[in-house]
Ligand binder design. Structure first.
Ligand code: NAD
Ligand code: UDP
Length: 321
């Protein structure tokens, strides 16, 4: 297959590039490098089957040559990134998705939308099943991300129904692993870089809110399975093991053997109090389930952050590139 990956220089996208190149596909990465980095593609650059196009997908783009599949991942993803770039985030979900769908349609290609558990907002159903419609504040600070992804899902569904595009939607739950930016503001990268840097670990609120963390290798297996299928979805992809942020802080402190103190900060507005994917649909339709538990996955991630922290500029600078 020749696969176009928008957002391919980002955390998840670069792992998807590597996985597809590794099994013999050709990959075209389209990215504006707004939150992604060239270093994430260090391995991919070595492959003659890899091509990089620097472009903003919201402005429209084309890819010369054949296209068998389009995986649309281009969007700011961490809360600080999308809060800093509210209009670009809405544009990525709307115009960006429209341009990516148009590319798939022109080529009769499979289209995969990387949607998110954030479409469930602050969920009133737990765990979240795909048939739950969600509970999103349309004018709250997170709406730029949540509503942009909800619109992207609607646009994708309409392209399937009205234009016959072979589309699939996955809803990705919190994923972590090597290549997260130390400064992207998400909880796993924050806790690890704080612990390794000997700084206080910042828990927002009382730390009783929960998330369910999926290791990147597991998640990418799910993306590939969905890309290879003809399922419309939406399909939740995530690890259902649920942890409070207090438990996560304890685990990171143990695994890094840090004596760094814990500091409580104000909980951001509309921060969902709990989140856990129901993954029966993914198990049934894709034969997919995660296999890496949090302790093992955090171990790999901490090792990677450590390997970067030999950079004399320190861990945060090293990982930020
Ligand atoms: P990331 O920020 O590392 O990657 C996003 C990539 O998209 C970056 O390389 C960035 O430069 C690129 N990009 C952003 N806007 C663009 C534009 N207009 N044109 C071209 N490129 C653009 O984030 P990530 O964690 O790898 O997330 C990838 C996708 O997965 C996103 O769509 C995100 O919403 C989704 N997702 C991720 C998670 C997670 O836990 N990582 C959870 C749910 C959904
Ligand atoms: N969080 C935290 N400390 C941090 C960063 C985040 O306690 O330094 C909390 C945040 O308030 C949220 C959870 O961790 O409740 C997950 O946050 P993240 O930004 O990783 O993802 P999302 O909120 O999008 O699930």
């Amino acid at each position: 297959m020749r696969v176009v990956i928008t957002g391919g220089a980002g955390f998840l996208g670069s792992h998807l590039c590597d996985a597809l190149l590794g099994r013999g596909d050709s990959v075209v990465c389209v990215d504006d490098l707004s939150t992604g980095r060239r270093e994430n593609l260090e391995d991919a650059w070595h492959s003659p089957a890899f091509r990089f196009i620097e472009a903003d997908v919201t402005l429209g783009f084309d890819v010369p040559g054949p296209v068998d599949a389009v995986a649309h991942l281009a969007s700011p993803a961490s809360p600080p990134d999308y809060l800093r770039r509210p209009l670009q985030t809405l544009a990525a979900g709307s115009r960006g998705t429209e341009h990516a769908l148009a590319l798939a349609r022109r080529h009769g290609a499979r289209f995969l939308l990387a949607s998110t558990s954030e479409v469930y907002g602050s969920p009133q159903v737990h765990p979240q099943t795909e048939d739950y419609w969600g509970h999103v504040n349309p004018i709250g600070p997170r709406s730029v991300y949540d509503e942009s992804k909800r619109f992207a899902e609607a646009l994708t569904t309409a392209h399937r129904g009205a234009l016959g595009v072979n589309t699939g939607i996955v809803r990705i739950f919190n994923t972590y692993g090597p290549r997260m930016r130390a400064d992207d503001g998400r909880v796993v990268s924050n806790f690890i870089s704080q612990a390794l840097g000997g700084n206080a670990i910042t828990i927002y609120g009382d730390g009783e809110q929960t998330r369910s963390f999926c290791y990147v290798d597991d998640l990418v297996r799910g993306l590939v399975a969905m890309l290879d299928s003809e399922h419309a979805g939406p399909v939740n992809l995530g690890n259902p093991a649920e942890f409070t942020m207090g438990q996560l802080a304890t685990l990171v402190r143990e695994l890094t053997a840090t004596a760094a103190p814990v500091l409580h900060r104000e909980l951001p507005q509309d921060d969902p109090p709990r989140r856990r994917p129901a993954i029966e649909h993914a198990v049934r339709t894709l034969g997919w389930r995660p296999v890496v538990d949090l302790t093992e996955g955090l171990g790999h991630t901490i090792d990677w952050f450590r390997s970067r922290s030999s950079d004399p500029r320190g861990v945060e600078a090293a990982v930020a590139g």
